[in-house]
Design a binder for this molecule. Structure first.
Ligand code: GLN
Length: 293
């Protein structure tokens, strides 16, 4: 069944409809167009060295960046099958300032932390939420995006209205995500986990689960683009989360990436990229996740 679904997504990638997403994003939601959950392929993209003297530690360095092709508008496959998205534009701008060249490698989201721990990649860029638990084994850049989890149900469901009403229910979530962790914390819930956001939300649309918990942007865009039919978001955001670039613990590249990210936030480059994808001014980002040390 899984195989079948993956094949279907690969054969019929959905079009990208960014414009619908914008209003919702302003309300604290983001978006995701549902694309393929295809096999892992690599594509390479370069950012030229700018010879910035502050970045001598990284100038000329090629870094391997793990990403995911199924999480628009953050990371997804474009029409030419290349990896595109908000996150991709931000990391490319960061790499340009830091004088790094990026080599992207796609992999399932739940493979990224193990890959960072094994040092087979130098970074993971995939709408990854900064959590204290993850920060024990990997390092994060400063936040580059504010997001949060939401609950989705089928449109005809009037009984699930918040986390409390999910007790004892069947919930779909994506393997290795904050949404899956939240789902497993609900007492008596039966959690079914899938490889990608599209597969998770499709399981809900198919009527096999009562609800799904995932990043609000992913759910909102699936709804707006009509890629997943007959589902809706209920209640308020379940969490407030910040995305960060993930690196191996104490990576030598961390300072250069943070310095470059701070630079593109202050010089307007980040705002330009944000407006390109979300058609609004960026939310002001904290230097670290609020409440963390
Ligand atoms: N933000 C979520 C997490 O970090 C999901 C990310 C994703 O599926 N790419 O767990």
């Amino acid at each position: 069944m899984f195989e079948e679904k993956i094949t279907r997504w690969c054969k019929a990638p959905a079009p990208i409809g960014r414009s619908h997403f914008i209003k919702h994003f302003l309300a604290g939601f983001g978006a995701a167009v549902i694309l393929s959950a295809c096999d892992s392929t690599s594509n390479t993209s370069s950012s030229s060295s700018n010879g910035n003297s502050q970045q001598t530690a990284t100038a000329g360095k090629t870094i391997k960046v793990a990403t995911d092709g199924t999480f628009p508008p953050f990371v997804f496959k474009g029409t030419g099958n290349e990896i595109v998205g908000f996150d991709i534009d931000v990391i490319k701008a960061v790499a340009k300032v830091a004088g790094m060249t990026i080599e992207f490698q796609t992999m399932p989201f739940d493979g990224m932390i193990p890959a960072l721990q094994a040092n087979t990649v130098d970074a993971a860029v995939a709408a990854m939420t900064i959590t204290p638990e993850r920060a024990q084994t990997i390092s994060f850049s400063r936040p580059y995006f504010k997001a949060g989890l939401a609950i989705a149900v089928r449109q005809d469901n009037a009984t699930i209205t918040n986390l409390d009403s999910l007790k004892g229910k069947k919930i779909a979530a994506q393997i290795g995500t904050t949404g899956a962790k939240k789902a497993r914390s609900i007492s008596g819930a039966e959690v079914r986990e899938f490889d990608s956001a599209p597969l998770t939300l499709q399981e809900l649309a198919n009527g096999n689960v009562d609800a799904a918990i995932h990043d609000a942007p992913a759910i909102q865009e699936a709804i707006k683009t009509g890629n997943i039919k007959s589902i809706k978001v209920v209640g308020e955001l379940v969490t407030e989360e910040y995305y960060g670039f993930a690196l191996p613990k104490n990576s030598p590249n961390l300072n250069a990436i943070n310095t470059a990210l701070t630079k593109i936030i202050s010089d307007g480059t980040y705002a330009q990229i944000y407006k390109k994808w979300f058609a609004s001014e960026p939310v002001k980002l904290p230097e670290s996740v609020p409440g963390s040390s």
